[in-house]
Design a protein around this ligand. Structure first.
Ligand code: ADP
Length: 183
């Protein structure tokens, strides 16, 4: 599915984000930035060992050794990936007190897009942040992701945003939300 919003393109694709050829891909990382399972593991495997080194540097130099806070984003090179850059963001975990989690998930998209703009990038691919091991309900996550990206594209002259979904079911959920928002 592909739609034009204010001269920008928003595409939903079924596929593997490590294969995307946008200038940047977004990693649903954890606060340590030291890699993990799911999409994070796949991105680190495809990018090679230098990505972990770059993440260690970011921790040291930009975060004073601390974890990347939930909803924030940082950028590294993409190394062996087709994408030139990886934007790492930390989604909220769906557990305990759910208050504020919607806003934190929206921040992941907003801050990743802001970082892309700051680096003069014109294309970016997102995975479905937080809906894997972080257990954010996909229906809610899809609505937040689509609303946030659409609002951004309505405001800005950016280029192309790709939402890369890893299952047919996820793809259908995001497509239905996008159709609702644009209706
Ligand atoms: P989180 O910890 O933010 O929940 P996960 O990696 O567990 O992150 O899952 C986020 C989403 O990414 C899930 O929908 C999962 O199916 C999907 N995913 C896993 N591997 C890939 C991949 N290679 N490309 C795109 N999406 C992926």
């Amino acid at each position: 599915m592909e739609v034009i919003i204010n001269n920008n393109t928003l595409a939903l694709v079924l596929g593997d984000i490590t294969k995307q050829t946008t200038e940047a891909i977004v990693n649903a990382a954890n606060g340590t930035l030291m890699g993990g399972g799911g999409v994070d593991g796949a991105i680190h495997r495809a990018a090679g060992k230098k990505l972990l080194e770059a993440c260690k540097q970011v921790r040291q130099n930009q975060l004073n050794g601390e974890h990347l806070p939930t909803g924030e984003a940082v950028i590294t090179k993409g190394y062996e990936l087709p994408a030139k850059f990886v934007i790492h963001t930390v989604g909220p975990v769906w557990s305990g007190d759910k208050k504020g989690k919607d806003a934190l998930l929206a921040n992941c998209y907003k801050n990743s897009l802001r970082l892309a703009v700051d680096h003069h990038l014109t294309s970016i691919s997102f995975p479905s942040i937080s809906t894997g091991v972080y257990h954010f309900p996909i229906d809610k996550a899809a609505e937040i992701a689509m609303k946030t990206i659409v609002a951004f594209l309505q405001e800005k002259s950016f280029g192309k945003v790709v939402m890369t979904l890893f299952s047919e079911k996820d793809y259908e959920t995001y497509a239905a939300k996008l159709r609702d928002i644009l209706a």
